[in-house]
Design a protein around this ligand. Sequence first.
Ligand SMILES: [Zn+2]
Length: 68
Amino acid sequence: MSIRTRTTVTELLNYFGRCPRCGYPASARVAQHQYSDGTSEREIIATCGLPCGWSGPVPMRSMTGLHA
Ligand SMILES: [Zn+2]
C-alpha cells in the first residue's frame, strides 16, 4: 500500500466552473498528491463563491493556459 506523503495545493485562477448547488461561479484549487511509491495524482477541488458551503472535487474542464 502506498502512503500519501505530500500534497501541494495550487490556486486555479482560470477556472470557470460553477457551483452545482446554487449556480454561482466557483473557484478551484489543484491538489497534487504525492505517494510513497513514486506515483502522483491530481485532483481539482472547487469551492463555491458564495457561502452555501459547497466544496468538492470536479472533473478537469477546458481551461486555457493550464499546462498539464
Ligand atoms: Zn454554491
